[in-house]
Design a protein around this ligand. Structure first.
Ligand code: GLN
Length: 505
């Protein structure tokens, strides 16, 4: 793998804009890496090789003529295939949208391009972002670059694997209940779920509109902030977009709040938490204490209630959002049917996979007139209580520290027959979506088998800056996953020095 792909996004952009490195050279290196490893990893559903080469040429031309280029000049970015791309697709890894050609591009995609990043391809996901392992993709699963027999997490597994395998330097995913953070944990990356309303959802195919947020994925806090700054901020095309400017001064990542206090909900660390994750958590606590943080025990509502609340609300919203895929307005239409009802049934029956159907059924059920009060209205009330409890806790601490997921990456097939076990892998992430506040996952060690372990910080409303500053401070005391990597892993051969070895940062 070319050393160019070990550079950080900020180094690439700085060198490209000075003319010391050609954007074309970076793109050729990324495309060569994709050709080398993507047959095994399967992070991408489609590539934009020729448009990417043309964009790189054009950026190099502008540098030569002395024109200014953007903050992500020449950086290869992978984008989840549920973001509309007018030059390509938005399949959502579903048969129903396999041939859909968007007529416009998502705001986030247009904004990365406006900063001269280069979108090299669209990445695999669980169908309509529903899942935690990427196994729900209609086009076959993505494999974890650290161990090809394991899942990369989901639903943004393709975006995580692409960066972990060195096929892209940055990526965009979406997070409805943990879908950028859990794959980042499984693949050894930093990923941010922004404050609801800080990053435009215009052009993101909706799963559960009150929970969905696009999130940046990167190998370091600084690169994550750089990508966040490029895409975040008000967008008149998204009615839920906030008017304040959320961008982060990169220099501010160097400073932590005075009298830093981090909350630890000890009761959350019980049943189901893998002992290796638990000890990595204790080690992470100790490192934050060494950074001057004061750790405070917190009492928060039982996260199992958050799971029930989430699966009522998310499915209710999904059943309504996915009604538009009916073979008329959007999506695959079954052939040879002449009756309207039969056409709907056959088109949707053929187009959606089993998990999507399960969620549409559950969502339709909880919204049905006899059950609405018992399920949907109650879940809304539970969401409000959760929000209040979180806000009260966050008055006393700057952020809440918990693991991102209860286990490291599991084996392909291990949980795919048991939807409830799969739903539990989001136990630590979904609360931030229900509450709306930002949360970040960052690498904090590896298991004995050499699999990445992720930890999570959940922040105050609108405060992405403190979260990323904390992650950067942690990077100063720990090298993420690199040190513990198993030399015997088959992935080490695939990845050369391994995704998080020295030199990555
Ligand atoms: N795994 C969760 C689900 O299946 C969250 C998915 C997401 O964040 N998109 O709904």
């Amino acid at each position: 793998m070319s050393d160019l792909l070990r550079l950080s996004a900020s180094e690439i952009a700085a060198q490209v804009s000075r003319g010391g490195l050609r954007a074309s050279a970076v793109i050729e290196a990324a495309l060569a890496r994709i050709a080398e490893v993507d047959p095994q990893v399967h992070a991408f559903l489609s590539l934009r090789a020729e448009p990417a080469r043309r964009r790189a040429e054009e950026i190099d031309q502008r540098v030569r003529s002395g024109a200014r280029v953007g903050s992500l000049a020449g950086v290869p970015v992978a984008v989840k295939d549920n973001l509309c791309d007018q030059d390509g697709s938005a399949t959502c890894a579903s048969r129903i949208l396999e041939r859909f050609r968007p007529s416009y591009s998502a705001t986030a995609l247009r904004r990365v391009e406006a900063e001269d990043a280069i979108v090299i391809g669209k990445t695999n996901l669980d169908e309509f972002a529903m899942g935690s392992s990427n196994e729900n993709s209609a086009f076959g699963p993505t494999h974890n670059p650290w161990d090809l027999d394991r899942v990369p997490g989901g639903s943004s597994g393709g975006s995580a694997a692409a960066v972990a395998a060195g096929e892209a330097v940055l990526s965009l995913g979406s997070d409805t209940g943990g879908s950028v953070r859990q794959p980042a944990a499984f693949c050894g990356l930093v990923a941010l779920k922004p404050q609801y309303g800080h990053l435009s959802r215009h052009g993101l195919v909706a799963f559960a509109s009150s929970l969905d947020q696009i999130g940046p994925m990167a190998r370091s806090a600084r690169d994550c902030a750089l990508l966040f700054n490029a895409v975040a901020g008000h967008d008149p095309r998204d009615a839920t977009s906030l008017s304040r400017d959320p961008r982060i001064e990169l220099a501010q990542l160097e400073t932590l709040p005075d009298d830093l206090r981090l909350g630890v909900p000890r009761a959350w660390l019980g049943e189901g938490l893998d002992p290796e994750i638990r000890s990595a958590f204790e080690a992470t606590c100790a490192r934050f204490e060494a950074c001057g943080a004061h750790l405070v025990d917190l009492e928060l509502p039982d996260p199992r209630h958050a799971i029930s609340t989430y699966y009522i609300l998310a499915n209710a919203e999904a059943s309504s959002n996915l009604a538009r895929f009916d073979g008329v307005r959007y999506g695959h239409r079954a052939e040879g049917v002449h009756d309207l009802h039969a056409m709907y049934e056959r088109s949707r029956g053929e187009g959606f996979g089993p998990e999507v159907k399960r969620r549409i059924l559950m969502g339709t059920f909880v919204l049905s007139s006899g059950y609405y009060e018992a399920f949907y209205a109650k879940a809304q009330a539970a969401r409000r209580l959760l929000r209040r409890a979180f806000d009260q806790a966050l008055e006393t601490v700057h952020a809440i520290l918990i693991p991102t997921a209860p286990t490291a990456a599991f084996r392909l097939g291990e949980k795919s027959g048991d939807p409830l076990a799969m739903y539990l892998s989001d136990i630590y992430t979904i609360t931030s979506n229900l509450v709306g506040h930002p949360a970040v996952s960052f690498p904090a060690g590896a298991t004995q088998e050499g699999l990445p372990i992720g930890m999570q910080l959940c922040g105050r409303a609108g405060d992405e800056r403190t979260l990323l500053a904390l992650v950067q401070a942690h990077e100063g005391r720990h090298d993420g996953v690199g040190a513990a990597r198993s030399a015997a892993s088959p992935v080490t051969g695939l990845l050369g020095r391994g995704p998080a070895g020295e030199g990555w940062r």
